[in-house]
Design a protein around this ligand. Sequence first.
Ligand code: URA
Length: 187
Amino acid sequence: MSRNIDQMNLDELRERVRECRECELCRTRSNTVFGEGSRCPPVMFIGEGPGHYEDQSGRPFVGRAGKLLDQMIEEMGLAREEVFIGNIVKCRPPDNRNPSDEEAQNCLPYLRRQIVLLKPRFLILLGAVPLQFMLGLKGITKLHGNFYEYMEIPTMATYHPSYLLRVNSRKREAWEDLQKIMRWMRQ
Ligand code: URA
């Protein structure tokens, strides 16, 4: 990275991300997707990376999965504007493939700086991709609902809303994960 992002505030970081050419994903993106939400969020959700609608709009989780994420947030008794929604990579991987290890590692310093600046009380990892790249763990079906820490922040992985759209029967487990988090937040 040419300039030290650890000194940047959120607006400077957003600008840095907008101009980023650290990996090949910059060639095929329409827009970077920095993430959005409260600057003082109780909870930060972290997905994989932008899809088609996110790439077009520059906003996270605005497609079908986003509608379900909105419901999940509501189910927690929160509003979308109260939380922060980000992703492992800020540019759309072509054909919505998973980000490669190199792409994720290149992009993670941005997410880490976002976490330092936003100071969420809780991190919710959406699916296998953030579970792998942030916690170094594989096996979302076994590991969802467990409490971990990332950068000393309590963290839990649950199912990605896109997966829940395909596999309706897992919704109940995801809802239970979210309730567990809310119980933890209230204590
Ligand atoms: N899926 C993700 O993981 N992130 C988005 O922003 C949209 C869909």
